[in-house]
Design a protein around this ligand. Sequence first.
Ligand SMILES: [Zn+2]
Length: 166
Amino acid sequence: MVGVEEIAERNKLHLVRTSTHNQYKAHCPVCKDDRRVYHLYVNTARDTFCCHKCGASGGAIQFHAWLKGVTFEEAKRDLYPSHAHNHKQPEHPAERLTRDQLRTIGFVGRTSKIAPKGVDPKVWSDRRKAELDWIWAEWQERLAWERRVELHVRQAIADGNMSQAQ
Ligand SMILES: [Zn+2]
């Protein structure tokens, strides 16, 4: 999830620390606060914002919509571009592998679903898909190898038992 702190940064809203933990103040762009006047408060623990003058308030997505001057839906799409897209698509099987399983085939992790700033979400999602296909191919190979090893071990035990019996 994109938090209020990151949203402030993306919208170039400067947050100023307050004496309260997780609470920041900022100049409200609507109320045109300046210098030492701050009406806008941002809580990074609860991911909320509130202006004590104009009354604008809400959660992270609303904060982005308000600062950017777009609708809630547009703000949501802007923050989570691949999300809406991925909802329609079934999950890739490689996404179900655990971190430990990934490590056994030499992957330290998966690429994030959310494209970094400045990267075309479509390009990012294609690249991610290619990576998932690769992970899945490696995993299938690993499973096949494990089955072969298991067969060999069983065969060896069976042979051992037979020679002992003779
Ligand atoms: Zn205000």
